[in-house]
Design a protein around this ligand. Structure first.
Ligand code: AHM
Ligand code: MG
Length: 338
C-alpha cells in the first residue's frame, strides 16, 4: 500500500505546489474529513445503532422540516470535531437557525465553516446514499464574528466538498485547483486518493429532476425537459435517460463521475421561494465543485457563484452539470424574458 496517497499527503503536496493552501486550512479540511468518517460509521450502523427515524421530540429545523436522528447526530459530530481545533471563528449549519461562534475557551481561527450535515434526509431510513456537504470561507477582518461575515458570494469559497455515504464512502474536494476524490479505506481508517482531475463531459444524455413537480414548473424548464423527452424524434435529435436519487450529493456525485444535468428549479408550489435548495450549504459548494470539473452552474439567469447572499438560509433555483446543457437552459430563460 506504499503508493497510496492519503488525504493528508494530498493536501501537503498541494500546499507545496501552491502556497495558497495555508496550514490552518489544511488542518481544517482534515478535521472535517475525520468528522465525516465518524458520521459514516453512524450511518453504516443504521438500525443496529438506533440512529434511524425521526428525532425524539419531532424537532423542526429552521426550514420547518422534521429533523431525523441522524441529522442531529451529524450536526453535533461536525460541531464537536471543529470547535476546539483553532482553525475556525464560527460555523453555520442548515440545521441551526443561528451561527455557532467558537466558544471563548477555545482558540479562534480565521475561517468560517458552513455545512449541510446530512443531505438527502428523506433517504436516511431507506438505505439510499446520503451525504455531508461543506463550504469554507475566510472570516473578513474585524473583531467579533457576525452572521454578516458569512454572507459572501460562492466565488469567495476557499475550500468546498462533500462526503457521500453510499456503497462506498467517498470524499470529494476542491481547494480551487480541480476536483479530487478520496475513498474511505475502512481497514486503514483513512481517505485514499482514488481520482484526480475530475472532469464533467460538456454534453450529456442524462438529466435529473423531480418529474412529479412538472405541472408546477415555469415555461423554460418545461421547454427544456419536453425537448429531452421528445428524444431522437424531437429537436434534440437524441434520446435522454433520467435519474433522480433525491439526495443532491448522490446526484452530483453521478454527474461528476459520468456527466449529466441536475435541476431543482423554482416552481409554483411555493412561488415566493426561489427554489428548494439552500444557496450557502448546498448550491455554492456543489457549484464550485462542478465548475472546477469543467461544468457550469446557474440559477437560470445568473452564475450561482456570483449571487450575493442576503440571508444565511437563503434558497436558490439550481441548474448544474454538463456545460452545454446548463447553457442551453440558461438561454431558454433569457429567451423567455425577451
Ligand atoms: P435535505 O437537505 O433536507 O435533505 O433536502 C435537500 C434534498 C436534496 O438532497 C435533494 O436534491 C432534494 O432535497 C430532493 O427533494 P424532493 O424530495 O423534493 O425531490
Ligand atoms: Mg440538504
Amino acid at each position: 500500500m506504499a503508493n497510496h496517497v492519503s488525504l493528508t499527503r494530498y493536501l501537503v503536496e498541494q500546499q507545496r505546489l501552491d502556497g495558497s493552501i495555508p496550514s490552518q486550512l489544511r488542518l481544517l479540511i482534515e478535521v472535517v474529513a475525520r468528522a465525516c468518517k465518524s458520521i459514516s460509521h453512524a450511518v453504516n450502523k443504521g438500525a443496529l445503532g438506533g440512529v434511524l427515524g425521526a428525532s425524539e421530540n419531532q424537532n423542526e429545523n429552521i426550514q420547518g422540516e422534521i429533523q431525523k436522528k441522524l441529522d442531529i447526530i451529524a450536526n453535533e459530530v461536525l460541531i464537536e470535531a471543529n470547535e476546539w481545533g483553532g482553525h475556525l471563528a464560527a460555523m453555520a449549519s442548515e440545521e441551526m437557525e443561528d451561527i455557532y461562534v467558537v466558544p471563548n475557551r477555545y482558540p479562534q481561527g480565521e475561517y468560517l465553516l458552513l455545512f449541510d450535515p446530512l443531505d438527502g434526509s428523506s433517504n436516511i431510513d431507506v438505505n439510499v446514499s446520503i451525504g455531508t456537504i461543506f463550504s469554507v470561507l475566510r472570516k473578513p477582518e474585524g473583531a467579533a464574528v457576525t452572521e454578516g461575515d458569512f454572507l459572501q458570494a460562492g466565488c469567495e469559497q476557499v475550500a468546498a466538498g462533500y462526503c457521500v455515504y453510499g456503497p462506498q464512502t467517498t470524499l470529494v474536494l476542491t481547494v480551487g485547483h480541480g476536483v479530487a476524490m478520496f475513498t474511505l479505506d475502512r481497514e486503514q481508517g483513512s481517505f485514499v486518493l482514488t481520482q484526480e482531475h475530475v472532469k464533467v463531459p460538456e454534453d450529456t444524455q442524462e438529466f435529473a429532476i423531480n418529474m412529479s413537480n412538472m405541472r408546477h414548473w415555469d415555461a423554460p424548464t418545461r421547454r427544456y425537459i419536453d425537448e429531452c423527452l421528445d428524444g431522437a424524434e424531437g429537436p434534440r435529435g437524441k434520446n435522454f435517460n433520467m435519474r433522480w436519487i433525491a439526495s443532491m450529493v448522490a446526484d452530483v456525485h453521478r454527474i461528476l463521475t459520468r456527466g449529466g444535468v441536475f435541476l431543482y428549479p423554482w416552481d409554483k408550489r411555493e412561488p415566493h421561494k426561489p427554489g428548494k435548495l439552500r444557496l450557502m450549504y448546498e448550491a455554492n459548494p456543489m457549484s464550485w465543485l462542478i465548475e472546477q470539473a469543467g461544468g457550469a452552474a446557474t440559477n437560470g439567469h445568473q452564475r450561482i457563484l456570483d449571487i450575493a447572499p442576503a440571508q444565511l438560509h437563503q434558497r436558490v433555483s439550481v441548474v448544474l452539470g454538463s456545460k452545454n446543457e446548463v447553457e442551453r437552459l440558461t438561454r431558454y430563460y433569457a429567451e423567455a424574458a425577451e
